[in-house]
Design a protein around this ligand. Structure first.
Ligand code: AQP
Length: 332
């Protein structure tokens, strides 16, 4: 079975609809006929300052959410990045293979460091895409299910894999991004041309999966819409309505043209009201299940430990090959 790998940062109390529709839902689906490795990226989380207690809590909340949405530990290795030290070890080697200018071109670094002021951003934030390349290449996956914002990092990963393979010996598989076009970039509800984001969106711009469902419904009803009254998918002219149609279509399974027809002649309010109901129906059982799982932390840590053991076995074998090829002396 082809391998898949992906990760998510524990940088908020809850994942949001961008994470879910852009990536996590594909994780659940791909479990069926792939060999999956899914991890909670705590090493990436500390590229910006984190409160240790909060980081620990959020890591377990991330695990609970992944299980609640259907990641099955019997099928998938689900683990915490810091528990598999090979990520950081391979990360160093890839750092030494990356050009400074090449790393500088990463637009996410430009965006995130611009917010902090480049002098204040950590070196870890700068090298984070290289660690991400290590995260991926260790498992030699075929596919990496992510949102559109990660495409450039995937390209860097492929470049580094190719460079290592040609400088030493074929070691890494060149992974393909697995990006579903329809949901590749879910917009912020208040600024629909920007992506919905844990760190950049205002509270009203983001629908969190663990929000009180009543709050989420209210946010949908107060989403920014466009001038006019027509319900039509048109990203240029109607980014707000197009974003709501995308979310509606993804949750209901109805194609966008069917929704356009269904809402022809009805106002924005009707669409928003129905979408709010759909969101409530989706998040209510999800939230209950997550809170139930969070009550059993011993179970969560045991699942994560088992995942780290499975992942660690694969990662260790890859790193052994890498060390040998780079010219490191093996221990006696
Ligand atoms: N708005 C989005 N639309 C589609 N996909 C998205 N993803 C994130 N936002 C959207 C995808 O979710 C996965 C996990 O993301 P992440 O936690 O690694 O961090 P991120 O991409 O940086 O997400 P955020 O919300 O913007 O977090 P912060 O603010 O902490 O940086 C990825 O596959 C991502 O593509």
């Amino acid at each position: 079975r082809p391998r898949v790998l992906s990760g998510i940062q524990p940088t908020a109390d809850s994942f949001h609809f961008g994470n879910y529709l852009g990536a996590l839902r594909q994780w659940v689906d791909l479990q069926q006929d792939h060999q999956p490795f899914f991890f909670i990226a705590d090493l990436h989380a500390i590229t910006v300052e984190q409160d240790p207690k909060v980081l620990r809590e959020r890591t377990l909340r991330a695990a609970a959410q992944l299980l609640a949405m259907g990641i099955d530990p019997a099928r998938s290795a689900i683990f915490v990045q810091s528990q598999v030290p090979e990520h950081a070890q391979l990360g160093w080697i890839l750092n030494c293979l990356t050009g400074f200018g090449e790393a500088r071109r990463m637009t996410q670094f430009k965006d995130k460091s611009a917010k902090q002021g480049e002098g204040a951003a950590s070196v870890g934030l700068f090298t984070y895409p290289i660690l991400q390349a290590a995260d991926i290449l260790l498992y030699r996956p075929h596919f990496v299910p992510v949102g559109e914002d990660q495409r450039q990092h995937l390209e860097l990963t492929r470049d580094l894999a190719q460079r290592f393979n040609s400088r030493y010996k074929k070691t890494f598989r060149l992974p393909e991004p697995y990006i579903l076009k329809a949901t590749a970039k879910i917009g912020d509800l208040q600024v629909p041309t920007a992506k919905m984001s844990k760190s950049a969106s205002s509270p009203n711009g983001i629908i969190e999966l663990l929000d009180d469902p009543k709050v989420s419904a209210k946010k949908i009803r107060s989403a920014v819409t466009d001038s006019g009254t027509e319900i039509r998918y048109d990203v240029e002219e109607k980014p707000g309505i197009s974003n709501l149609l995308t979310i509606y279509s993804a949750l209901s399974g109805e194609p966008v043209p069917v929704l356009e027809e269904q809402y022809a002649g009805k106002g924005y309010g009707a669409l928003k009201g129905d979408l709010a109901d759909l969101v409530v129906t989706f998040v209510t059982p999800f939230r209950d299940k997550t809170l139930e799982l969070l009550d059993d932390q011993a179970y969560l840590t045991a699942v994560l430990q088992k995942g780290a053991e499975t992942a660690g076995g694969v990662a260790e074998a890859t790193l052994r090959d890498v060390y040998q090829r780079v010219g490191f002396v093996a221990p006696a």
